[in-house]
Design a protein around this ligand. Sequence first.
Ligand code: HEM
Length: 490
Amino acid sequence: LFFMKPKDSRDGRDLPPSPPSLPIIGHLHLILLSTLTHKSFQRLSSKYGPLLHLRIFHVPIVLASSASVAYEIFRDQDVNVSFRHSPPIEESLFLGSYSFISAPYGDYWKFMRKLMVTKILGPQALERSRRFREDELDRFYKTLLDKAMKKESVEIVEEAAKLNNNTICKMIMGRSCSEETGEAERIRGLVTESMALTKKIFLATIFHKPLKKLGISLFKKEIMSVSRKFDELLEKILVEHEEKMEEHHQGTDMMDVLLEAYRDENAEYKITRNHIKSMFVDLFIAGTDTSSTTIQWIMAEIINHPKILERLREEIDFVVGKTRLIQETDLPNLLYLQAIIKEGLRLHPPGPLLPRTVQERCEIKGFHIPEKTILVVNSYAIMRDPDFWEDPDEFKPERFLSISRSGQEDEIRDKFLKYIPFASGRRGCPGTNLAYASVGTAVGVMVQCFDWKIEGENVNMNEAAGTMVLTMAHPLKCTPVPRTLNLLPP
Ligand code: HEM
């Protein structure tokens, strides 16, 4: 009975297979087997199959965990799975109804995505904002140098978060967040508070409908408090930009781009001030911790693999030399560094689970998926699948040197998608280019300019439980020792 294929009660068609469940809680006990949800899901899929139908209390979930299932989902059902569950607190700027991340696939999402790809995060826009990032990278290097001179240890994720946060601030506002007035600190604090809330929001999203009927609104107070603090800060920045626009100042930062769209009477979609503010909250949430945790994991892997570190340093010394700091424009010539970043993201994707909603009933791998089902793609399991990856749990950047540049096209032709740290399809990450640039230059500077001392033999690579972004259980702490370089002033 346990292994009988469950049927959709309405029309008797086959749902994907389902592991044994318990009354009331469904499969919750299986998901709680590990405190790391992606690992519980990985275990379930290796035991019961790559496409499963699960249930947590009354909520049905379809779990996808193989490269060929991912291919079918992102190629054949892309629009149909380009939806997320509606947000629990509509009026919040933070993952509420103004948010681009929470937006359903529709006119608003399409308008913003186009703006983002053409004017904010696309290659040409990134070229225009390159100098903002160079300034911040220089500041990052100087902070590390200062720590090195004082022989102080550095918590890598913390410094990387400051770098990414300041970079995004600068790209949004066209100026640095002021450390003196506490602006930078406030933004960092808000991002940390928001990240701590994302898991709660995910739970609230799943359970808010039945609870709302009982008059219970999960975590509303906490979510609205963060939203109000963001609102206050972003309104100030917005007004600052409007005043500059009135003085006919021609700005090039993200706020200028969105204000122009806001004032455009003929725009395809009329955005509001709340849309603008919410978009920046989205960028902070989606772009800060993801990149910082990736930098941390990659540094940990490199420190644990001295031969890889040595080879990377040789490459950087050869391509960049010892008289200037690595820059974004060097990255296309640093193939081993690129391979290291890809391998780091394969083993440690910051978003190991990709939650979507299936909008209309459809078929995947011949199984019936009812409308409005939550779909979870386990990118962690897919990128460690032993059927597709040799030594799947080993850090071996060389594997990406042998994969052709058109790796993803080959995958698509062969009808599988085995490398998806940035997801795929329409709702895939629009910040991919920025992420590769930020992670590449940060890791590059740390390897080019410093040796790293750790306490003990090896870095502990355990994953932290209870976070939405996959991060280290024991944050990497190490002491930089400056290398002998002859850096000329920029
Ligand atoms: C290593 C760094 C990063 C990784 C691994 C990453 C990964 C992802 C993934 C997997 C998704 C899609 C989730 C899904 O399919 O449901 C996503 C979405 C998104 N990412 Fe990134 N991301 C990174 C950095 C960034 C950066 C730097 C930005 C921009 C500043 C950014 C902006 C976004 C946005 C706005 C979305 C939502 C897209 C939508 O809903 O249409 N990400 N990211």
